[in-house]
Design a protein around this ligand. Structure first.
Ligand code: ADP
Ligand code: ZN
Length: 727
């Protein structure tokens, strides 16, 4: 027997399968998708079995494999196929696709040393009466009773009762010990919750989805914030489970949506496995095997949970489909939603994408009936959507109000006096955005990257938000010793300011700096939910799907910040972020009130937010996209050329551009090379090329050729991002 093994050769992004011979003794263990250990260039490597052959016709020497690593298949047929899809769609190597799909313990790599965990159990080795008659002390009898009552007892626990009795009884073979595998991850006590009776819109959405459980239909569940999308998901899944099928639910980030998970666990108990980033490698390995063995029916997780080895998949649900988190930002740069659509097709099952602010791409598809649109236009329990009021900050600035407008201050006092809570969104962390010398113009900049450093007051240091470079702030300008000025402000300064302005209110800050520690995010959410605090301020983290019933006021401190990011999606992101943030207000019993502070009160996108009018935003933004030839009218490829040598980088980028223009369709647009939005990052220069296309048969083969040309270039790196989310 011969097998083809896919080896992961780390240094090069290259795939190669190698043929090996299987010694007779190992033949029985050979199954496609298991890992084997093989000799390779005087080393040993691990790889996946992808083919099995009876004979071998090549004329070179074939080596024997050394070992079959797995008892159970790691890559089942479906996962093998998904890996190939990723390789073809995102132009990466097959081995890197599998490496991305699998938990660390199951990657083909000798370095992992994550083992299954066992526990030893004791049980009676003979009928109880006989065992008791053989016991020679009261202690032994007590222990036998203890074991008999429980059938089996963990050895540790029994030894705690009487370790000498355990030893004696084992020696006399009156009791026996057995190893049993245990899962490391124990979820905490679970609440119960009751199924809610759906309102008309929810019921209609549910019915439509249930009609298509045996087809590959794609649904866009477009439901305003607080319309009860989660309840629809849960009831649909309940029906899927009753057909003995399984479900995958993707959320942008588990730690940011603890409530979503709690709801699912309360409803489905231990039939749910949650794959979150807080799991250790061992725990993740256990969860994965639990899923593969069919011990759970629902998997909830972020992006990579789309690779969960569930069998008999019945539905895939993707919440907050507009989130950028579904796209992986390093190679393989896959988009979990594309993979989900592919997997749904493979299984001939429906997929449901939910959002209050769908991406233009998917909304456009729904107008063409590629997606079936299901709408939830109303909040549950007839709560109204919040009222948004725009405040012109240029008028406020004249009055000396740079951070909070008069109006927002009044609203904060009035809401808190009614014991309601307030959320303030400022999408920029740190204290000041820049520190500049008023005399010589000196600015603290990152020596590795092309950006200014952000001042963090708590640690009195300046940090680069790209590479993490940190330096200390001097008292005066390091160049001319004149006074330093602070410009702009982040969440840290906002917190200081609020404390000064409202000494009687309790403020909680949530951003990347205050949520570094494990569970700190959940703690903040819980504290705010328990009403220990009046105000929660923070970055876009606070806008996620939280359900805080006592929040009646949301203040958007600087609506312009995200509008000014140079990316064609910044309008869409701003609309989505601000609507999500606004959606935190008035979810239960209170009227929702949103104050939106801006220096651009005439900005069309902000006007759409003010009206919370998605359709208006959609029509406007679609016109722009059409005119500028962006998605959903064109597809995009972004190419980055990076090198430590500036001249070389620039020259190669120009060459790549020429090569593209000469080899792809004339209708395809090639833009660049331009310096990337962060031109220098970590001492590496970066040039960007953008390709816009509609149909181009020659494009993929050309990109594959380009990729190959750079594989052996160790001075210049080329990276291709198919359908990028960030440019
Ligand atoms: P969305 O995700 O659409 O923003 P959620 O799923 O968070 O909304 O639902 C908002 C709140 O409404 C939750 O507290 C949820 O439990 C509740 N809810 C959902 N559906 C119903 C219903 N049919 N009846 C009563 N309450 C509901
Ligand atoms: Zn830097």
């Amino acid at each position: 027997m011969y097998i083809d093994v896919l080896l992961e050769l780390k240094n090069k992004q290259m795939d190669q399968t190698y043929t090996y011979h299987v010694p007779k003794a190992l033949e029985k263990k050979i199954v496609i998708g298991k890992r084997v250990r093989v000799p390779f260039n005087k080393r040993e490597l691990e790889g996946f079995i992808l083919e099995i052959q009876d004979t071998f016709t090549g004329d070179f020497e074939v080596l024997d494999i050394l070992e079959v690593v797995d008892e159970d298949v790691v890559l089942n047929e479906e996962l093998i196929q998904i890996g190939k899809y990723i390789q073809e769609t995102y132009l990466c190597s097959l081995s890197s696709a599998y490496a991305t799909m699998l938990p660390k313990a199951l990657k083909a790599s000798l370095k992992t040393n994550i083992q299954k965990k066992y526990q030893t159990y004791l049980s009676l080795a003979m009928p109880y009466e006989k065992a008791i008659s053989l016991a020679t002390s009261e202690k032994q009898k007590d222990l036998l009773d203890y074991i008999e009552e429980r059938e089996k007892v963990e050895k540790k626990e029994a030894s705690f009762i009487s370790s000498s009795s355990v030893t004696t009884l084992l020696k006399k073979k009156i009791i026996k010990e057995e190893q049993e595998e245990v899962y490391r991850y124990q979820s905490m006590g679970i609440l119960e919750d009751e199924k809610k009776s759906l309102n008309e819109e929810q019921q209609y959405a549910k019915d439509q989805i249930l009609k298509s459980l045996d087809k590959n239909e794609q649904f866009l569940l477009y439901g305003v914030t607080g319309s009860g999308k989660t309840e629809v998901y849960m009831q649909v899944i309940e029906s899927v489970l009753s057909l003995k099928k399984t479900a995958i639910v993707l959320v942008p980030e588990i730690s940011l949506t603890p409530q979503f998970v709690t709801n699912f666990k309360a409803r489905f108990q231990d039939r749910v496995a949650v794959l979150h980033s807080g799991l250790s490698d061992g725990e993740r390995y256990d969860e994965w095997r639990k899923i593969a063995k069919g011990e759970v029916n629902i998997v909830i997780g972020a992006r990579s949970a789309i690779f969960a080895p569930l069998k008999n998949l019945g539905i895939i649900i993707i919440d907050e489909e507009h989130s950028d988190n579904y796209k992986q930002e390093n190679s393989p740069r896959y988009n979990a939603i594309d993979v989900a659509e592919y997997r749904a097709k493979l299984n001939n099952i429906p997929i449901v994408l939910g959002s209050a602010t769908p991406t233009l791409e998917r909304m456009a598809k729904s107008t063409k009936n590629i997606y079936t649109k299901l709408e939830l236009k109303n909040r549950v329990n007839h709560q109204n959507l919040p009222i948004v009021t725009m405040v012109d900050m240029s008028l406020e600035a004249k009055k000396g109000n740079f951070i909070l407008s008069e109006r927002l201050k009044i609203e904060i006092l009035s809401a808190t006096s009614r014991h309601e809570q307030v959320i303030l969104l400022l999408n920029r962390r740190g204290y000041s955005t820049t520190i500049t010398c008023s005399h010589c113009g000196f600015t603290y900049k990152c020596p590795n990257c092309d950006i200014t450093l952000t001042y963090h007051k708590t640690k009195n240091n300046l940090r680069c938000h790209y590479c993490g470079y940190t330096t200390y702030k001097q008292e005066n300008c390091p160049k001319c010793h004149a006074e330093l000025n602070f410009y702009g402000y982040g969440t840290e300064k906002l917190e200081d300011y609020i404390k000064q302005e409202f000494p009687n209110l309790k403020v909680l800050r949530m951003d990347a700096d205050t949520t570094r520690k494990k569970n700190s995010y959940e703690t903040i959410i819980d504290q705010f939910k328990n009403q220990d605090y009046d105000i929660l301020l923070g970055t876009q983290m606070i806008s996620k799907g939280h359900d805080f019933p006592r929040v009646s006021l949301v203040g958007i401190i600087n609506a312009d910040a995200s509008l000014n990011i140079p990316d064609f999606r910044s309008g869409e992101r701003t609309f989505s972020l601000l609507c999500q943030a606004a959606g935190r207000a008035g979810r239960k019993n209170t009227m929702g009130n949103v104050i939106l502070q801006t220096y651009n009160p005439n900005n069309f996108i902000l006007k759409c937010v003010e009206e919370q009018n998605y359709e208006k935003f959609y029509n406007y933004e679609m016109q722009i996209r059409k005119k500028l030839k962006y998605p959903p009218f064109y597809y995009l490829v972004s190419i980055k050329i990076a090198s430590k040598e500036y001249e070389l980088c620039s020259k190669e980028a120009t060459k790549v551009c020429e090569y593209l223009k000469n080899n792809i369709s004339e209708e395809t647009i090639v833009l660049g090379p331009t310096t990337a939005s962060v031109f220098k990052m970590n001492n590496v220069y970066r040039f960007g090329i953008m390709i816009k296309y509609r149909f181009d048969d020659k494009l993929i083969p050309t990109l594959q050729e380009l990729d190959k040309m750079f594989v052996f270039n160790n001075k210049v790196n080329l990276e291709i991002d198919m359908q990028p989310t960030k440019i």
